[in-house]
Write a protein that binds this ligand. Sequence first.
Ligand SMILES: NC(=O)c1ccc[n+]([C@@H]2O[C@H](COP(=O)([O-])OP(=O)(O)OC[C@H]3O[C@@H](n4cnc5c(N)ncnc54)[C@H](OP(=O)(O)O)[C@@H]3O)[C@@H](O)[C@H]2O)c1
Length: 304
Amino acid sequence: MRVLIAGATGVIGRRLLPLLRARGHHVTAMVREPARAPSADLTVVADALDRDAVRAALLVARPDVIVHQLSALSDRGSLGLEVTARLRTEGTANLLTAARDAGVRRIVAQSIAFATAPEGDPVLDEDAPLYLDAPDEDWARTVQAVAELERLVLGAQGISGVALRYGTLYGPGTWYGRDGAIATAVAAGKLRMPEVAGGITSFVHVDDAAQAAVLAVESDVTGTFNVTDDEPAEASVWLPWFAEQLGGPAPRTIPADLAGRLLGWFTAYQLTELRGASNDRARLGLDWKPGRPSWRDGMADDER
Ligand SMILES: NC(=O)c1ccc[n+]([C@@H]2O[C@H](COP(=O)([O-])OP(=O)(O)OC[C@H]3O[C@@H](n4cnc5c(N)ncnc54)[C@H](OP(=O)(O)O)[C@@H]3O)[C@@H](O)[C@H]2O)c1
């Protein structure tokens, strides 16, 4: 098949590209800067927020399938979230508009597994409500953009769509990988832990994330799928373990009512309220299973 990766230079895109080529697919890398393009069968240049450039790129590439791995999370602040939201809304719309003219039949898009509202069971499936009305403006906008991406991808006329809701990514190049922002903070003892740290994170290794995208490209199923490991973990478990693994000090605890002010809204939310995400649907529907079923083994294996 002819496959175009939008976001081919990213943490996932770079790992996905050779996997698809090894499966015999003709892979086009859509990039902004040709000098940074990974080795591919074809390279096209387009900014995903430039509708005409995306259309021109897709008309050259003529893919059967688009894999959308666009994000701007290298900036961890509000701007990164804002641009990522635009990539999820405008970027997705641009890809789909161009896709119709280019004869694309399928789209596989990156979404997130941790956008659910913190209600109900500790570990939620894909039918759980999204946190569209989160009290933090940045997070509410992020979740709304995720919902719009999924609406566009699953509702596209004549194009079958899959949204892969990745868990919290770890592994090389991620925030939890060697030199990653979170690993660095934890190793330095800078990430403090609320007294009650019952928030649950579902992690996934970047290679497992890429493998799920390969299966989604080659499958005909549609819908949303959590791509997470088998061991949703409470912050009170993973954070001290991660600190020890990195050779850092045990995280200092802080009173729960100061968590938002001292850690920032999202980190406090992740450590205290977040729900985990089950991967049963991806196992059944995509025939995917994590190569690293537990974050403990996966993080320990990754040379940091
Ligand atoms: N270590 C870090 O600082 C860092 C940075 C980013 C992500 N991460 C980690 O990686 C995870 C996410 O991985 P990911 O693969 O989803 O994201 P990613 O590594 O940030 O990749 C995003 C991709 O989107 C592309 N892109 C961004 N804006 C674009 C635009 N306007 N037009 C076209 N392409 C655009 C980027 O291209 P360009 O190469 O042109 O920007 C890149 O290929 C995060 O959860 C985090 O853990 C870490």
